[in-house]
Write a protein that binds this ligand. Structure first.
Ligand code: UD1
Ligand code: M6R
Length: 365
């Protein structure tokens, strides 16, 4: 049921304050996080040699968003695998690995084949899924349901933000016995209950994103530059625009800018730069300066109140978002890009919920 909304994607974007609330429900305690599906396995995970996240599309991007915090809190090397690539290479996997499979549907063929592969190699297999009773939930040793509610739009939106929050909670649970990160850990746990309110705040940018979409209706191509916690936001924002608005868009690591992408910059190609406050902020400021010096058509996403300090000129468009803890910022920053992809699709007259050639659940290789 779409209720007051025109499309499921729109409904699911606006539902995120609620879906995030249900994701966290019953799992937060004073200074602690309890994931019922993992608690008996935390010791094994903490002793693993490596944590490997495996998924496809948006689910992979969610793992990419959570990786920095997972590494920081676990002290264990965290690697990422696109399921198809792991299978193509028959990548190395050990009994001492923890393999975490991320899938909204729990039925994606590549992800399930990668799970078979990891089970054969003796790794501890953990699932993160939105679908109770799915093949992924049944075949993994343990896991966490993201409890985001049914997602119908082919473009994944609310599942992405809930997946990130579950992986952040997983990092908090794994890191419970580490002294050096305790104060940061407690600060994040105590800020989680307010995250849905911050998402409600960022959803107020809806009209602004519609205006931005109007200004982009004719463009053939769009770049999104991010780094650190928001490298994933760049990939995921670009994926949304690509799959529903049928517009070429590419998410890029800003640190790679001078290694090729800079050659594309001119007055016509729109470039979204994510420059919210975190440890990478000053590096992103210098990226903006360099793009401006080459007359790039800039759209900057920054923290509330930072517009004048990050924007080099009047011609630069700004998206101001609320600031939250660095590891949670990707949950906020993706929302304006989801709205942008949605409005661009509607303005162009394409099918929002059923983009051409795509299926909600990719059950064939
Ligand atoms: C569980 C109940 C929830 C109840 C809560 C109360 C279910 C599905 N969940 O939630 O209704 O309110 O206890 O304490 O009954 N699992 C996997 N692979 C996956 C995902 C999950 O093996 O990919 C396993 C988990 O290890 C766990 C079980 O499924 O044994 C349920 O997981 P989850 O719903 O996340 O657990 P709780 O949050 O404890
Ligand atoms: O159900 P899954 O999370 O395993 O699906 C993985 C991808 O097929 C999926 O995220 C796809 O990229 C979406 N259409 C993205 O919006």
């Amino acid at each position: 049921k779409k209720g007051n909304y025109d499309h499921f994607m729109q409904k699911e974007i606006h539902e995120q304050p609620h879906s995030l609330t249900t994701t966290m429900r019953g799992r937060l305690r004073a200074n602690d996080v309890v994931l019922g599906g993992l608690k008996d396995h935390l010791k094994t995970i903490r002793h693993s040699r490596r944590i490997i996240f495996i998924g496809c599309g948006t689910s992979y991007n969610a793992a990419l968003a959570a990786r920095p915090f997972m590494e920081e809190l676990s002290g264990i090397p965290v690697t990422l695998e696109l399921a198809s690539d792991l299978l193509d290479r028959q990548g190395v996997m050990y009994r001492e690995d923890t393999a975490v499979f991320v899938s909204q549907s729990g039925e994606t063929a590549d992800t399930l084949l990668a799970l078979e592969y990891a089970l054969e190699h003796g790794a501890l297999c953990v699932g993160i899924t939105n679908t109770v009773g799915s093949t992924l939930a049944r075949k993994t040793h343990c896991g966490v349901h993201i409890n985001a509610g049914c997602e119908i739009g082919v473009a994944s939106t609310k599942a992405y933000t809930s997946q990130i929050v579950v992986m952040v909670m997983m990092a908090l649970a794994i890191g419970a016995d580490k002294i050096s990160t305790q104060s940061k850990r407690e600060a994040i746990i105590n800020s989680l209950p307010d995250l849905p309110n911050k998402v409600s705040e960022v959803l107020k940018l809806d009209n602004e994103m519609k205006d931005l979409a109007e200004s982009l209706i004719e463009v053939q191509s769009l770049l999104v530059f991010g780094r650190g916690y928001n490298y994933a936001t760049a990939l995921e924002g670009a994926l949304k625009v690509k799959e529903v608005a049928l517009t070429h868009s590419e998410g890029m690591l800003a640190g790679e800018m001078k290694h090729g992408p800079l050659a594309l910059v001119d007055e016509t190609l729109p470039i979204i730069v994510i420059a919210t406050r975190d440890a990478c902020f000053s590096k992103q400021q210098s990226v903006i300066q360099q793009l401006h010096a080459r007359k790039g058509r800039l759209i900057v996403m920054c923290s509330n109140g930072d517009a004048s300090s990050v924007c080099p000129s009047e011609s630069c468009r700004v998206i101001e978002v609320p600031q939250v803890a660095d590891c949670l910022q990707p949950v906020i920053n993706i929302v304006p890009l989801q709205l942008l992809a949605y409005h661009l699709t509607v303005l162009r007259g394409y099918d929002v919920d059923q983009p051409r050639n795509l299926a909600k659940s990719v059950t064939t290789q």
